[in-house]
Design a protein. Structure first.
Length: 323
């Protein structure tokens, strides 16, 4: 039994195949015939030329134009085909005689051949047309290469910027890690430096530095035992630790110390915090030689905006000199 030959697809099927309007079964069928029959492949190329020419001349419907652009404008080869066809049609329209009323509807190569065979132009004009077409092809090729190079350069620049971004992020993470480690070391250093309390000083022991914790609100004549400082004669520095609750971070401060006769015994402007200060406690270092036995009143002042200093709190304490 002799196998019946597979029918060749018609022009409508070729057109739908090129526009991507066939299903997978029909597409496979056409592709098999393209490989099996050279005539089918040649006819497909002719339909493709006619379809491209119709697109350039805006003879496609809106749906066909959308499908054509989806299939051909998405690839460099398709864009190059459209540019070559457009250049060829432009050259043909310029060189055809003005008195020719016959409109050529075939693909550009076949139209040029028919025009030359009709003897209406001449080989000189044909050569000019070919030169124009070649120049258009070269122009399109150069533009395509130019944009390819620009795309490659842009891709490289984006890759370098991404690398720089990653390096900056890594450096920022390392810097944050160093800051965290320094903060932890500073906290350990502060916790290790514990000031001696007056109660821990044995009688007759040497104590170059003594400290006293004070709370605000006490006044002369109403001082309790917690605000009494036993000062050895060989003490060099007295550290007063003031409880504070209304001092803003970074606020300029001033302390003024007055004795029982209301004479100023010592003052200091605090530009930087004491190493032992915290958010709830302000530490002051006072030379022990400025203190004698008796009552003292310490005033803590703070600057308000651009104005002068105003009182924030007062602290009263008594100094008792050890023999």
């Amino acid at each position: 039994m002799v196998a019946r030959p597979t029918p060749i697809p018609d022009d409508a099927t070729f057109r739908a195949f090129l526009l991507g309007l066939v299903d997978d079964r029909e597409r496979t069928k056409v592709e098999e015939q393209l490989f099996a029959d050279a005539g089918v492949h040649e006819r497909l190329l002719e339909i493709e030329e006619e379809l491209t020419e119709a697109y350039v001349q805006r003879q496609l419907s809106a749906d066909e134009r959308d499908r054509f652009e989806l299939q051909y404008l998405s690839t460099p080869e398709g864009r190059q085909r459209i540019a070559i066809t457009s250049a060829g049609l432009s050259a043909l329209g310029t060189l055809l005689p003005a008195h020719s009323n016959r409109r050529v509807r075939r693909s550009p190569p076949r139209a040029w051949l028919a025009w030359l065979q009709a003897g209406s132009g001449g080989w000189r004009l044909a050569t000019s047309a070919a030169a124009v077409a070649v120049a258009a092809i070269v122009l399109v090729w150069n533009q395509d290469r130019f944009w390819r190079n620009r795309l490659a350069e842009t891709t490289d620049q984006l890759a370098r910027l991404q690398q720089v971004k990653q390096d900056l992020r890594r450096q920022a993470d390392e810097a944050r890690g160093r800051v965290d480690r320094l903060a932890q070391e500073l906290a350990r250093h502060r916790s290790a430096r514990v000031l001696p309390e007056p109660s821990s000083l044995a009688a007759g022991s040497l104590a170059p530095i003594v400290s006293l914790s004070l709370t605000p609100g006490l006044s002369r004549g109403a001082i309790d035992e917690a605000a009494r400082l036993s000062l050895p004669r060989n003490a060099s520095v007295v550290v007063l630790r003031l409880a504070v609750d209304n001092v803003r971070p970074g606020q300029p401060l001033r302390v003024i110390l007055r004795d029982a006769a209301d004479a100023e015994a010592w003052r200091q402007d605090l530009t930087t915090p004491h190493p032992w200060s915290t958010t709830e406690m302000l530490a002051l270092s006072i030379p022990a030689a400025r203190l004698d036995f008796g009552e003292y009143l310490l005033t803590l002042q703070g600057r308000r905006g651009q104005g002068g200093f105003e009182n924030i709190a007062t602290y009263a304490f008594v100094v008792a000199r050890q023999p």
